[in-house]
Design a protein around this ligand. Structure first.
Ligand code: MN
Length: 457
């Protein structure tokens, strides 16, 4: 195992060493073509695009093709990924401030976003170019505590971004700023390592600086530097920093934008960020995440799984593992693996899971002999261990995801399936068939037949 990677460049170097980084021809178009290459390779390859749309700054995409890549980036076996993330969230390491930083090698106070940065347009009905892999760092105007999150940022003008804020922490800071009648100081940080990207997605309390999780995952504090035009502290090793403010009470049309459920979020009046400065490394790299791509899905998946696992294990030590499969857009469907000890337990666990996150719409509980990461195995458990009249829970009219197109303004039904074996039946009934020696036979002893007749003779 390698030590964790602490900046984008070392992660790209490792992807190249391990045959996972591929370069496109120079000059791929920023409108759709760059996203098209990325989607076609999203589960296999990281991509680098030299001179995209004739722009001097290269773009990288698909930095995380599955959760195994994230485990590699953190330097842990895949089986330890959720535990490592939970441990880092419990024991954050505070950032340390430095005076000078590569992220500020080049400074622009007069800005033109589209001219200065290679910002792609991803899905067909997107309203235009979006910054999608930028960590928004906002500073609580009262306490100075920073929050990190990722928002879709529409290029609305040379120095204006339309920013969709959900009712979480950045929005809470805008409310504090609006109450005080001041602009909220923010920065958008592009081009960081996978651990820092992951930390931004932690489901943490308000006024918890998520960069501390990145420090814990790195095994050393993240070095931060003060922005040149405001008080926000940003990672010193980042590729690009866009500094600015979110003006009180200002809203502008933003969207549509292709989102994780594989549908478009509609055009709405969103917050506006006014850009005050852009700094970057010498020869910087721009990272983009295609909306709804694998990278988008798994960045939300891992922190949610870690949080749901911890939430369930507090009350149900029988819970062994959880998984948010891709078919459930890594948000809506949960599979829970349990070591069942009591009849009825799975239904309690289903109800507990729905209390863990409002996005969950379907929960399937299976036994420990079912591989929860294999959708066919889960389907098999439902096929052979589930009866709808006995093992199904349906709850109507609960809070769900507003991005689910069948929810009515976020009101949604919940479905729970107990696909565990009943206790106390003759064990023979649920004994899985198996062929002795299947795992041990030496496949390299098989030889290719060129001429069937010669073998049959
Ligand atoms: Mn937060």
């Amino acid at each position: 195992m390698r030590p964790p990677f602490r900046d984008l460049r070392s992660w790209l170097a490792y992807l190249a060493e391990t045959d996972r980084l591929y370069a496109a021809r120079p000059g791929v178009s920023l409108k759709y073509e760059l996203a098209a290459f990325s989607k076609r390779t999203e589960t296999k390859r990281a991509l680098i695009f030299p001179q995209p749309g004739g722009h001097a700054i290269p773009v990288v995409s698909n930095l995380l093709a599955d959760s195994k890549w994230m485990a590699d980036a953190l330097g842990v076996p895949q089986s330890q990924l959720l535990a490592r993330f939970q441990e880092a969230a419990r024991n954050p390491l505070a950032s340390v401030e430095v005076k000078s930083a590569p992220a500020q090698d080049v400074l622009h106070r007069k800005v033109d976003l589209a001219a200065m940065l290679p910002i792609p347009t991803h899905n067909a009905l997107d309203s235009g170019a979006y910054i999608t892999a930028g960590l928004m760092i906002a500073r609580n105007p009262e306490t100075g505590v920073q929050n990190i999150s990722i928002h879709r940022c529409q290029v609305s003008g040379p120095d204006r971004l339309g920013v969709l804020l959900l009712p979480r922490h950045t929005m809470a800071y805008t409310h504090i700023a609006e109450r005080k009648g001041v602009a909220l100081e923010v920065a958008i940080v592009i081009g960081v390592d996978p651990a820092t990207l992951l930390s931004s997605q932690a489901i943490a309390p308000l006024d918890f600086d998520e960069l501390g999780i990145a420090g814990a995952l790195h095994g050393m504090p993240v070095e931060v530097v003060k922005c040149v035009s405001n008080e926000v502290r940003v990672p010193a090793g980042a590729e690009i920093v866009i500094e600015g403010t979110i003006a009180p009470h200002e809203r502008e049309p933003e969207g549509p934008f292709g989102e994780f459920p594989q549908y478009y979020g509609p055009r709405i009046d969103s917050h506006v960020m006014r850009v005050t400065a852009i700094s970057h490394r010498k020869r910087p790299i721009f990272h983009t995440i295609v909306g709804g791509s694998m990278e988008h899905l798994i960045l939300g998946e891992i922190p949610r799984e870690a949080t749901l696992l911890a939430h369930l294990q507090r009350n149900f030590p029988e819970v062994k593992d959880v998984y948010l499969p891709r078919g459930g857009v890594c948000r809506y469907h949960l599979v829970v693996q349990i070591e069942k000890r009591h009849e009825g337990q799975a239904k309690n666990i289903i109800m507990g899971a729905f209390g863990g996150h409002y996005d969950l719409k379907q929960v399937v509980v299976v036994d420990t002999d079912v591989n929860i990461h294999d959708p066919d195995e889960v389907q098999w458990a439902i096929a052979t261990r589930f009866q709808a009249d006995r093992d199904l829970i349906v709850v109507s009219g609960a809070q769900g995801s507003k991005l689910d197109p069948t929810a009515r303004d976020g009101v949604s039904a919940k479905m729970g399936l107990d696909a565990t074996k009943p206790l106390g039946v003759d064990p023979f009934v649920f004994t899985r068939i198996s062929v002795p020696g299947q795992d041990e036979v030496d496949l390299s002893s098989l030889r290719k037949v060129e001429d069937a007749a010669s073998v049959l003779a």
